[in-house]
Design a protein around this ligand. Structure first.
Ligand code: FES
Length: 159
């Protein structure tokens, strides 16, 4: 009712009102199509951006271990370049290894692997972590940061 009143005020005759409504409807339709196309283009951009950034972020090699002369037995570990890698099973498959950042989540001190207990310890304030990286004691507010492993032949890569 109020829209009709406004249209009556804005348009001087019935013929012009019809033209006005056609233009108004066409304008709204154009606006909606433009909004939909803009939304689609934003989705496309976000998809390709996230693909590029995750690919770049996940492909950085932090450490490479040669399994022909390292990590030969269960319990063997390598600690270098800020990473600790432990062999947890016999088979040369990726699930036979686990890798973590050696940075303690509590205050950033260096965590070490303790073979006798198959666990990790931070001597700064005595946080302890299981072989899965979970906190088992001490002030650490969270577990160790797990790293991704890729196995290719005898080359175990930590990313
Ligand atoms: S920095 Fe590791 S327990 Fe505090």
């Amino acid at each position: 009712m109020s829209l009709v009143f406004v249209l009556n005020l804005m348009t001087p005759s019935k013929m012009e009102r019809k033209d006005f409504l056609n233009k108004l409807t066409g304008g709204l339709a154009f606006t909606c199509v433009a909004c939909i196309m803009q939304a689609c283009s934003k989705d496309d951009g976000a998809g390709s951006d996230s693909g590029n950034s995750s690919g770049g972020g996940n492909t950085a090699v932090l450490l490479t271990v040669n399994l022909s002369n390292e990590l030969l037995s269960v319990g063997d570990f390598v600690a270098r370049s800020g990473i600790i890698v432990v062999r947890t099973a016999d088979l040369n498959v990726v699930s036979s290894f686990t890798a973590f950042s050696n940075v303690c989540p509590h205050a950033g001190a260096t965590v070490t692997y303790i073979p006798n207990s198959n666990s990790f310890n931070c001597s700064a304030h005595q946080s302890n972590f299981s072989i899965s990286g979970a906190v088992t004691g001490g002030p650490s507010p969270s577990g160790l940061v797990k790293k991704m492993l890729v196995l290719s032949g005898n080359s175990l890569t930590v990313k």
